[in-house]
Write a protein that binds this ligand. Structure first.
Ligand code: CMC
Length: 433
């Protein structure tokens, strides 16, 4: 019988090029990439690196903010299950939780709400700046640019080492995102801008800035206001996704948070990240009827098209956010009437969840499968969908940024590369080429 080794928190690596063996510490099921550097063939070698395009298996940080268990379909913010937060909390409460690590007391929440409510105005120059965009400019392009422009209005934001300065910029960005988003929407529609209304909730004020016409005061429908708030909660953070990684990476140069958040917005703009909700609506429109679904599924299996709103890099189970959104859709339909596309979506989901192709690949509906249907029913145009995602994700970006800046192990983000290009070459003057 082989003698059982005593368990040890190390990994033994043998380099077969040299026959040398190394013992690397294991912490949290992880080895440190820098521990590989000692592995060399010759003393003057650079040392070994790990190669991981698209960071498929590299942890870039330790984090205390969000947990995703993709196999079990679990999502928690600071330990609290997303289902409970969506049911019992508000977006501002969740934002406080993400940024500070704890749920607020009643007075802490009041103070937070006061700060956010009293930073919603933007400088009139920003309004003029938005006016300068073409009449048909994409709202997300306008959002990326105006978030970046905020850095020119708040030079104090450059002092990123100061906790109080960081907190102030957090209030400012959280408060101004809905204003910028609504201004972009109104510009696109050729409608006059609506100033923030401090009597309304975060989501209620956003609806007012979007939809207020000639009435002296806009009164949001409670069911719509609540649904929007829940949608913001569901989008508030998703750990080290593409846009959060952009926020951390750009922020690691110690640039101000508005410039870093503009980079995060730009990352979200891409169709593989924040644009899928729009693609789902286009797909449902293309399918057109329940009858046409089997034919569409055939095309998916032939790899002609992808089933948009299905599949996820991390979730290999039902995305818990999709379950909540599906229920929410009916609450919104009760208020504004059923979106006819829901019948196609439900049947598509039913067929896909029973089909071996999707089952074997563990493809389940993700957050985007039903969210677009709700936004559409609220009367929002498709190109505003990623902007809504950006408003919801702002507390997540800011929390990830705060955590990065206060983490002693973090430095400027600067990956290595494996250079496979030409060796040293002799320059040939243009006359001889
Ligand atoms: N429809 C059909 N087949 C799919 C789909 C889909 N939606 N998604 C993945 N697959 C197949 C894919 O063809 C591949 O099959 P095979 O191994 O036979 O080649 C396998 O499943 C794995 O796919 P992958 O592209 O390697 O997976 P990934 O982790 O790189 O991509 C994804 C994840 C979300 C980009 C992808 O599932 C996808 O394109 N989904 C549709 C777009 C979408 O809904 N995006 C929203 C993501 S959630 C919001 C967010 O994060 O911003």
């Amino acid at each position: 019988m082989p003698k059982e080794a005593t368990p040890k928190d190390t990994l033994t690596v043998t380099d077969n090029r040299t026959g040398k063996t190394y013992e690397l510490p294991v912490e949290n099921d992880t080895i440190r990439a820098m521990d590989l550097r000692q592995i060399k063939v010759k003393d003057d070698d650079f040392g070994m690196m790990s190669y991981d395009p698209a960071y498929k298996n590299t942890a870039s940080t330790k984090s205390n903010i969000t947990l995703i268990n993709g196999g079990q379909g679990v999502l928690r913010y600071r330990g609290y299950p997303i289902e409970e937060l969506a049911e019992k909390s508000s977006f501002l409460e969740v934002s406080y939780l993400l940024y500070n690590g704890e749920l607020p007391t009643r007075s802490e929440l009041e103070g937070f709400r006061y700060q956010i409510t009293h930073h919603t105005m933007v400088h009139e120059n920003i309004r003029e700046f938005i006016d300068a965009f073409r009449y048909d400019a994409h709202p997300m392009g306008m959002l990326v640019s105006t978030v970046a422009a905020l850095s020119t209005f708040y030079p104090d934001a450059k002092d990123v080492e100061d906790k109080h300065t960081r907190q102030l910029q957090m209030y400012r960005l959280m408060a101004k995102m809905p204003t910028l988003a609504a201004y972009a929407y109104r510009h696109r529609r050729g409608l006059p801008y609506v100033y923030p209304d401090n009597d309304l909730s975060y989501s209620g004020n956003f609806l007012s800035m979007l939809f207020k016409m000639t009435e002296t005061k806009y009164t949001p429908k409670p069911a719509i206001e609540k649904a929007l708030d829940v949608l913001f909660i569901l989008h508030a953070d998703h750990e080290q996704n593409c846009s959060a990684t952009a926020m951390r990476g750009v922020g690691s140069s110690r640039v101000d948070p508005f410039s870093a958040a503009a980079a995060a917005c730009a990352a979200l703009y891409g169709p593989l990240h924040g644009g899928a909700n729009e693609a789902v609506i286009r797909m449902l429109n293309e399918i057109g009827s329940v009858k046409a679904i089997p034919e569409y599924i055939k095309r998916v299996k032939n790899r002609e098209v992808r089933l948009m709103g299905f599949g996820h890099r991390v979730y290999k189970n039902y995305d818990p956010r999709a379950l909540i959104i599906k229920k929410l859709a009916y609450q919104v339909f009760d208020e504004v009437g059923k979106n006819p596309l829901i019948d196609i979506a439900l049947e598509l989901e039913r067929i896909a969840l029973e089909d071996e192709y999707f089952v074997s690949k563990k493809l389940y509906p993700n957050v985007d499968f039903y969210s677009g249907l709700i936004y559409q029913s609220m009367g929002l145009p498709m190109d505003l969908f990623p902007v809504l995602f950006a408003i919801g994700r702002t507390p997540g970006w800011l929390s990830q940024w705060e955590e990065m800046l206060t983490d002693n192990e973090q430095r400027i983000a600067r990956p290595r590369q494996v250079y496979l290009g030409a060796g040293k070459r002799e320059y040939v003057p243009i006359s001889e080429r």
